[in-house]
Design a protein around this ligand. Structure first.
Ligand SMILES: Cc1cc2nc3c(=O)[nH]c(=O)nc-3n(C[C@H](O)[C@H](O)[C@H](O)COP(=O)(O)O)c2cc1C
Length: 427
């Protein structure tokens, strides 16, 4: 139902002629200076979202970016996270749909707790009234009854009455990017790029409904496709969005038609940034390393970079980005660090799912895809990957961790593990 589609595509280099001449280390130092002194746009963004102290963030990633992944990212230096796209209808229906916003539990450092801030809540939908009621519900953290929010949606756009508390979302992001196809002939997500007036009606309703101090932002693709008509639609929406007072736009350098396949066009993103001087534009697409963050910032001139597939199973990208801001060499994770994160991530995910039936099995299945990505850092990644695919319980997970991540492997241990995997040692 959400924004999930084929994500198994190989990393593709972005289209960015000339980017090879950029020195990401020099860019990181200059960026660090601006963010530390609060100069220009960096200062403006930090005033909007206290705690947003570096020019990168973890993107919304349906099926991945839950509170467990976010907390792991934050513990590695990620200053800001975005929820996955939450459907307005699901939010208004209450129950688990709303719980997915993950701000319900605020005690004891459980997922979604006080450590999970600042957090941008992303919504997606087809109807201005439903979208604005869903946005109000997010901001108010569901303080009214589900029925009250549903009647708010039926009565048309409404301004939030309750004062948001400090633990609410740092911003409400409207998704105009998701390529998953239309539902019941109604546009949503990226399909709004083909119907700009509908997108603008939603933005107006949401901006009106959300209390003024809370930023409303958008996530949008660079166009629906490469036709001039669709490119004009993109600009129509972006012009209107900034006129309506949205705080920033995150632009993904692929078209809706492209989904996640093929390169992100950093050259087009650069033109977009140049076309909106003084407007905060964040950029997304083909960020696979800490160096890419600084290359993209310098190439496009954007104010912040969204890290998406590049941080799945790789929270160290945030540590590395921070190290570069400090003028240090970015360090890859040791096996011991990988071990710690694997155990921590599973436990956070289990805590997040604890109210579900078969919580452990559900968590284990959900963690396989992370395990596969984490395995890429291990010297025996193929063996680890194959074991991760089979995980069905916390014990299985621990067993993989114990078999492969005991220490930084000595050459003899590596040989043992290889034999074990090949079945010559009973593992
Ligand atoms: C599996 C998957 C789920 C995604 N879900 C969302 C989402 O819920 N909200 C959103 O704004 N973007 C979503 N995206 C898009 C990413 O945030 C990002 O814009 C895109 O992957 C391009 O960046 P990348 O090439 O660096 O991965 C998703 C992408 C993938 C691969």
């Amino acid at each position: 139902m959400g924004c999930t589609t084929n994500n198994a595509t190989e990393p593709s280099p972005a289209i960015a002629p000339g980017a090879e001449d950029i020195d990401p280390r020099a860019v990181a130092l200059e960026v660090a200076r601006r963010w530390r002194t609060g100069e220009g746009m960096a200062g403006r963004l930090q005033r909007l979202v206290p705690g947003f102290d570096a020019p990168f963030f973890q993107a919304g990633l349906a099926g991945y970016s839950d509170a467990a992944m976010r907390i792991i990212a934050r513990r590695h230096g990620c200053p800001l996270c975005v929820t996955e796209a939450l459907l307005d209808r699901t939010l208004l229906a209450g129950g688990r749909g709303f719980a997915k916003a993950d701000l319900g539990e605020i005690e004891d450092n459980v997922p979604g707790g006080s450590e999970d801030h600042p957090l941008v809540g992303q919504i997606m939908g087809s109807d201005p009234a439903e979208m604005s009621a869903a946005a109000v519900k997010m901001v108010e953290q569901g303080r009214r009854t589900d029925r009250a929010y549903r009647s708010m949606a039926a009565d048309g756009p409404q301004r939030a009455c309750a004062e948001p508390d400090s633990r609410t979302f740092a911003a409400i992001d409207v998704n105009l990017a998701c390529p998953v196809k239309k539902i019941a002939r109604k546009a949503r997500g990226g399909h709004w790029l083909a119907e700009p007036e509908g997108a603008i009606a939603i933005l107006r309703a949401v901006r009106d409904a959300v209390p003024a101090p809370i930023p409303v932002t958008i996530k949008i693709r660079r166009s629906f496709d490469d036709t001039p008509e669709m490119v004009a639609n993109f600009h129509r929406i972006l012009d209107a969005a900034f006129d309506l007072g949205i705080a920033w736009a995150t632009v993904h350098g692929r078209t809706v038609r492209q989904k996640y396949v093929g390169p992100s066009r950093w050259d087009v993103l650069r033109e977009v940034v140049r076309a909106y001087p003084g407007c905060p534009i964040f950029t997304s697409g083909d960020v696979w390393s800490a160096e890419d963050i600084y290359r993209m910032l310098a190439y496009t001139g954007s104010c912040a970079v969204s890290v998406a597939r590049g941080c799945i199973g790789n929270p160290w990208i945030f540590r590395q980005a921070r190290q570069m801001m400090d003028g240090q060499e970015p360090t890859p994770p040791t096996v011991a660090e990988q071990r710690a994160v694997l155990l921590e991530h599973f436990e956070l995910a289990l805590a997040l799912h604890r109210s579900m039936r078969h919580a452990e099995l559900h968590t284990a299945r959900a963690m396989r895809k992370f395990g596969i990505r984490f395995s890429a850092h291990h010297p025996q990644h193929e063996q680890v990957r194959r074991r991760m695919i089979e995980v069905s319980s916390l014990d299985d997970w621990r067993k993989v961790v114990d078999d492969f991540y005991r220490d930084d492997p000595s050459p003899s241990q590596t040989a043992d593990q290889t034999r074990m995997h090949e079945g010559t040692i009973d593992g």
